[in-house]
Design a binder for this molecule. Sequence first.
Ligand code: FNR
Length: 392
Amino acid sequence: MSESNRGTDRLVEVFMEGMAGVTPDVPPSFEELEAAALEAMDERAYGYVAGGAGGERTIDHNRDAFADWHLWPRVLRDFDDRDLSTELLDTEMSVPVLLAPIGVQSIVHEDGELGTARGAAAQDVPVVVSSAASHTMEEISEELGSTPGWFQLYWSSNDDVAKSFVRRAEAAGYEALVVTVDNNALGWRERDVGDGYLPFLDGEGVANYFADEAFRELLDSPPEEAELAAIRTFIDVFGDPSLTFDDLEWLCEFAEIPVVVKGVLHPDDAREAVARGADAVWVSNHGGRQVDNAVPALDALPKVASALPADVPVIFDSGVRRGADALIALALGADAVGLGRPYAYGLAVDGADGVEAVCKNFLADLDLTLGLVGYDDVEAVDREAVVRAEEV
Ligand code: FNR
């Protein structure tokens, strides 16, 4: 058992600094963090990160869904030694949290994913690296060091590029492949449409493609000589709306590392994904970026979890902002949660240090709330930890 004192350690740290008149640069409150990121970022880039599909009802509903559940604290249960560690698909994780894949981080901060990897590694928080990263997966893996990394695949419509990404991820030491299936076409995002803004067209978020042998084969001239033409080719091959479960089955055979299917909301899709060979399911509605007024991810979670055999890991994201949110998700069947926008805002506000601060605060909150609800081990959190608000 690895003991955690992340909560108390962090409180001691901030209160000692407070006595010296120093308060944290990165606000502990998500709402204040988002406001600080708005100040720090280019307006269109902020719109890209904060925005969602259509009228952005899914973003709101993702958050509202947490209010339907209350944690139900139990007392006098000895939570002196707490264990936040877990194992997912043979990946040893010191915390039940992964940084969810977020592309084009160079629009958030000049250090982009390298800053995120440094900040996450400082707290040993596993990172899922996006296909649409602004640095190559190989460079980001170097920054992660011994902190676990998974690679998120956007399945290219060009088979050679897709296969090449999988082999590169394996060679770079990523421990699992997260194939995102809810973004096979870009959603209708009113902020980006209104701004006429797609960062890829500025050559952001294409590093994995421009460095890829199979992608470069498709070009008449290398991207270093003809960037616009390369960007056009990137747009052509980026996604593939024709994908089906047969393709997923093929991928699960082809990949030599475990495959996680990200973007599942319906229990039947979860069952089918596992029947076709997926090793884990990631419940997510992409943070409300794809379908307006979609099912809140938290509402889908218990339905998906109960549709699957107990030994199939379930990961959850979309709306996780605080430690209590993570615990509610763990109680409703998740084995780990993905943190999304909060760390992107940390990156915007203070680069790698900002990501580290967001991770530190989130894990401190999770650690303390875990104990105060009556558990000393995240793997023991179960349905007993929560009650539907209307049932209290
Ligand atoms: C994302 N997300 C995402 N997902 C993915 O599989 N690959 C990607 O490249 C991206 N890129 C991306 C960019 C930005 C700016 C955002 C905000 C999100 C979705 C991400 O992994 C996760 O599902 C959501 O961020 C979860 O929602 P919240 O909790 O951030 O609201």
